[in-house]
Design a protein around this ligand. Structure first.
Ligand code: SF4
Ligand code: SF4
Length: 353
């Protein structure tokens, strides 16, 4: 994305590099989703337009125009070799896609990223993690595949796919003492990742304290509340009004929504620019940000266990509360008696016709 080359000398402008590997097992959906970020936009990050940050050099396959041969003048992959050799520092390593276990295959490789000039053979994704993680200022896993394994790590899969913390170890820390940062979602909510990346860039620039993470290594301020707590339909749940078809505005829990027990801010902040957010717009929450996804949430369209008890309780309470509220609403929906209401005008105003 930029022709910025190696680590700066004392007189040169400092540069923070972002090395992005999207060669894990994935659909690249997180890369695509990130193009919709607005707070900030990817353009603002990639063009170093953010106040308080030094120049940022983003090496991301989705937007990079460098595509020359290995060891050529405009080769994209060369940045990753520079990172390995310690020639660019600091850099944030972004990993997209789950990491297959290369030690359990009989032959070949599960997935890789570029070729090794020494052997002409593909460099596997896990080998890139071995090479780059020790040199990175921070390692960020983007999307549920890279964080917890996701779809590829379902029970019975042949690849042994896993998330970055399962590969490097949950207590792994970068050379700067930063734990792995997980930003889950299938795909991510774009602003969740853009915001996290910018936080880490500020940390790299020395202008932010240690990033606060929860036990599953998610940014604590983004994943502290449940879908249910931010859902537009939560009022219907509380009043015991449940949809039995998708064309209803009421709560979707009986159609399979897992929102009450899933940590995700998408209904609160929308998918893009405040718009959308699964249950807000009629989609059940299937728990795509959670470490237990997808196995623990399947079959997706069934009512979650426990929902029968809570919806029955809410149904009984809801009938009573709706009746009481309708009386109150009727009262509040009228002006007080002491105002000039009614047909008879008491103001002196005379109608002209
Ligand atoms: S649709 Fe889901 S998240 Fe929204 S109120 Fe119902 S159960 Fe909660
Ligand atoms: S609301 Fe549920 S399904 Fe939608 S993004 Fe969040 S966790 Fe995933």
């Amino acid at each position: 994305m930029t022709d910025t080359t190696t680590a700066p000398t004392a007189t040169e402008e400092p540069v923070i590099h972002v090395l992005w590997i999207n060669a894990g097992l994935s659909c690249d959906g997180d890369s695509v989703a990130l193009t919709a970020a607005t707070q900030p936009t990817i353009e603002e990050i990639a063009l170093s337009a953010l106040p308080g940050l030094p120049k940022i050099a983003v090496h991301w396959p989705l937007i990079d125009y460098e595509c020359g041969p290995v060891q050529g003048a405009d080769t994209f992959i060369e940045w990753f070799f520079k990172g390995e050799r310690g020639e660019i520092d600091p850099f944030v390593l972004v990993v997209e896609g789950s990491i297959p276990n290369e030690s359990i295959k009989k032959e070949g490789y599960w997935c890789g990223f570029g070729d090794d000039p020494a052997t002409g053979q593909p460099i596997t994704t896990s080998e890139w993690l071995d090479r780059l993680a020790p040199k990175a200022l921070a390692v960020v896993a983007i999307g549920t595949c890279a964080t917890y394994g996701g779809i590829h790590a379902m029970s019975g899969n042949p690849t042994g796919a896993m998330g970055v913390p399962d590969y490097l170890g949950w207590d792994w820390k970068s050379k700067a003492g930063i734990p792995i940062v997980n930003v889950p979602g299938c795909p991510i909510k774009p602003d969740n990742f853009a915001e996290t990346l910018v936080y880490l860039l500020h940390q790299a620039a020395g202008s932010a304290p240690m990033i606060p993470l929860d036990e599953q290594l998610r940014p604590a301020w983004l994943f502290g509340a449940t879908v249910h707590e931010g859902c537009d339909r939560a009022g219907y749940y509380e009043q015991g009004q449940f949809a039995d078809a998708y064309d209803s505005p009421q709560c979707l829990v009986r159609l399979g929504c897992w929102g009450p027990v899933v940590k995700c801010n998408v209904p609160k902040r929308g998918w893009m620019d405040g718009l959308g957010g699964c249950p807000n717009v009629g989609g059940i929450c299937i728990g795509c940000t959670m470490p237990g996804f997808p196995d623990k949430f399947m079959p997706f369209m069934d009512q979650p266990p426990g929902a029968t008890v809570s919806t029955n309780a809410s149904g009984i309470y809801g009938v009573l509360i709706r009746r009481l509220r309708s009386i109150t609403v009727d009262t509040l929906d009228k002006e007080p008696r002491w105002r000039h209401t009614g047909q008879k005008l008491t103001t002196g105003y005379r109608k002209p016709w």
